[in-house]
Write a protein that binds this ligand. Structure first.
Ligand SMILES: [Zn+2]
Length: 194
């Protein structure tokens, strides 16, 4: 299966800001509420989403740490795993000899990975295998979030069916409650974090 269905498009934002955190709202929109690296949606873990510098700050020469063009909306897992890894140590060279990174806004990023039927991320290229390890894509949370999203979409599809079965109504009630409590839990987590 394909790794991701959405390719993020980074807006051409040149606004000068004091702190790169000021770009969070624009980044979230451009990345369609998803981590640029693992493609996890932020619906249930909004407060876990952060801002990563594609080229780590320590290797920046001509790019400012606040430049929008170098920022990636990223989940905490990917951001923490990536840290300052940048094998080429050069601002302008993203990867070399199958080591390093590809900008998630580049369409070719999608070709580096695929999904197993259970949602697990699979590396498809040597460079993909390098990024898979560097970003710890083997962590179970990616598979779990992918599956929750599939189930959530399935609830929408079942709700759209106009079946007049009592059993189906009861089942839908269970689903709606489940969804409501998961949502409340994630919102409570968000409130706590701000
Ligand atoms: Zn991620």
């Amino acid at each position: 299966m394909v790794f991701r269905e959405h390719i993020p498009t980074r807006s051409n934002i040149k606004t000068v800001v004091v702190n790169y955190a000021a770009h969070r709202v624009d980044l979230r929109r451009d990345y369609q509420n998803r981590c640029g690296y693992c493609d996890d949606v932020d619906t249930w873990r909004f407060s876990w989403f952060e801002i990563d510098h594609l080229v780590p700050q320590k290797y920046l020469v001509s790019i400012l740490p606040t430049d929008y063009s170098n920022l990636v909306y990223a989940c905490r897992s990917c951001n923490n795993s990536k840290r300052a890894q940048w094998p080429t140590k050069k601002e302008e060279i993203h990867n070399h000899n199958d080591e390093g990174f590809i900008d998630p806004c580049d369409a070719s990023y999608s070709d580096q990975f695929s999904r197993a039927v259970n949602g697990r991320i699979v590396a498809e290229t040597n460079l993909g295998a390098w990024m898979y390890k560097a970003l710890k894509f083997y962590k179970p949370q990616h598979e779990i979030i992918w599956n929750i999203e599939q189930l959530d979409n399935m609830i929408d599809e079942i709700e759209a069916l106009s079946a007049d079965s009592v059993l189906l109504d009861q089942l839908l009630d269970c689903y709606r409650n489940f969804r409501k409590y998961v949502k409340e839990l994630s919102e409570a987590g968000f409130q706590k974090s701000i």
